[in-house]
Design a protein around this ligand. Structure first.
Ligand SMILES: Cc1cc2nc3c(=O)[nH]c(=O)nc-3n(C[C@H](O)[C@H](O)[C@H](O)COP(=O)(O)OP(=O)(O)OC[C@H]3O[C@@H](n4cnc5c(N)ncnc54)[C@H](O)[C@@H]3O)c2cc1C
Length: 434
């Protein structure tokens, strides 16, 4: 069959091999291809080796002085690579494509380290989006974190509307990390969950937490009031928990951050008072698309490994790749990676271009991409047979990393439910199919 296939593509009367890019069946512009190639090289030479090395360490060792984590961050800084939502002179539509192309490469290198870079840049990106130069400068050169979840507030922190509460619940959930806002000051007390990406090492945090402005934590619908505030994490009263040991994305450090009467001026808030919920929705929309882009990269990596392996391994008297069953399975993997990329790109475009974006839509893209990434990693591992389970091959790590993403940035069942909520809202507003 191999000889016949080679003959088929060589014979002039047959369709030629189609045009493809690193990112599959599309045609990139020259600038786009240059960005892709540069980041691909960086992902191959720096991100992937660092991710593999860090995956083998304990959580404490990952963040210990001299670990490959610090060397990795140093190389990122000296290479000038940065997560960005805007570049001077680049229109939003072009920027959306560039970001999606670039971040897919980072995820291809290592999904955990890609999230570390994304979360690391997030406070600065959101300060820039708010046009707040003082906060941009405060975040520049610092590794960031997005501090939203708490021990008693996981999925609850993602409820934008009072109607999402259980019928028997009289109030929403203010969680264990809260702010009091008065006299030009924000005073923060409590702790984050152990899940905060970069928690053990971040230098600046974007906190998305419940707030009391002098009238209690809950509004007249029983929904918590809130604040989005940027907090330097070297202030008095900030301390950290131990780095979290976990199944996947082990290169991405996570851990608790504690706040004991930590004070910042009100001008460090990105959204507060009546602007909070819309501000938070905008912030969350922006975060959501990165997960889709990163996980497209992870799935592509798993697919590429599977293609390579099936062209080396012989069973049943032929290369695995020459069995029709394998061709069917590879086709399904490729189809899923193409689907993920399309969904990730569409959500990115919408987030950059929509006059009224919404995180329940971008979260739906996150669900699609992370579920498909898990399916792709699982089936790619299966194509390796028993070798797929061993630590000598890359598949079991990709599988673990993909598994983590189904909970990261919102648990997928809950996020899918929220997309249902959004579609009902649109229907009731007569806008589902205007
Ligand atoms: C790799 C990774 C990175 C992360 N990074 C960050 C970060 O940078 N910053 C941050 O703040 N957080 C971070 N998180 C936390 C993440 O956002 C939460 O884990 C996620 O939102 C789910 O919250 P939870 O773990 O408390 O689960 P819970 O909310 O307790 O959910 C447990 C189960 O209950 C179900 N459930 C919850 N609510 C309901 C309901 N109303 N009805 C029915 N079922 C329900 C869920 O579907 C789930 O299956 C990260 C998590 C992971 C895994």
């Amino acid at each position: 069959m191999t000889q016949q296939l080679d003959n088929d593509v060589r014979a002039s009367v047959r369709p030629v091999i189609p045009h493809t890019e690193l990112s599959g069946f599309e045609v990139l512009g020259e600038d786009e291809r240059a960005v892709q190639q540069a980041l691909h090289g960086f992902a191959r030479d720096v991100i992937r080796p660092a991710g593999i090395a860090l995956d083998k360490l304990t959580a404490e060792e990952v963040v210990a002085p001299g670990s490959p984590f610090w060397e990795f961050l140093h190389t990122v800084v000296t290479s000038g690579i940065e997560f960005d939502n805007a570049m001077e002179g680049v229109p939003p539509a072009a920027m959306a494509r560039l970001q999606a192309i670039a971040v897919e490469e980072l995820g291809w290198g290592d999904a955990g380290l890609a999230v570390t870079l994304g979360a690391g840049a997030f406070p600065k990106m959101m300060a820039a989006r708010a046009g707040n130069q003082e906060l941009v400068e405060l975040c520049t050169g610092k590794l960031g974190a997005w501090v939203g979840t708490q021990p008693d507030r996981g999925s609850d922190g993602l409820s934008l509307y009072p109607s999402e509460r259980h019928a028997a619940a009289t109030q929403g959930n203010k969680g264990n990390l809260t702010a009091r806002v008065s006299g030009g000051e924000i005073v923060i007390n409590g702790q984050s969950s152990a899940w905060v990406t970069n928690g053990p090492v971040a230098q600046v945090g974007l906190l998305t937490i419940a707030a009391d402005y002098g009238e209690g934590f809950f509004d007249n619908e029983g929904h918590p009031r809130g604040v989005e505030v940027i907090v330097p994490l070297d202030l008095p009263g900030v301390s950290r928990g131990r780095p979290l040991e976990k199944l996947g994305k082990r290169a991405q450090p996570q851990g608790e951050i504690f706040f004991d009467n930590v004070k910042v001026p009100v001008r460090f808030a990105l959204s507060l008072g009546d602007d909070y919920w819309r501000g938070h929705a905008g912030t969350w929309s922006t975060a959501g698309v990165a997960m889709s882009q990163i996980m497209t990269g992870l799935a592509r990596a798993a697919f590429e490994y599977a293609v390579e392996y099936t062209h080396e391994r012989k069973q049943g008297g032929a290369l695995l790749a020459d069995h029709q069953l394998t061709q069917y399975r590879l086709g399904n993997l490729a189809r899923k990676v193409e689907t993920m990329r399309s969904v990730a790109r569409r959500a990115t475009d919408y987030t950059f271009l929509s006059p009224q974006k919404h995180p329940y839509y971008t979260a739906s893209a996150k669900v699609t991409c992370t579920e498909l990434a898990f399916e792709v990693a699982d089936e790619a591992l299966q194509l390796f047979g028993g070798y797929g389970l061993t630590r000598e091959y890359p598949m079991e790590k990709l599988f673990r990393d993909a598994r983590a993403s189904r909970i990261e940035d919102g648990e997928n069942n809950l996020l899918a439910m929220k997309f249902g909520v959004l579609n009902s809202m649109l229907h009731r507003a007569g806008k589902l199919h205007p």
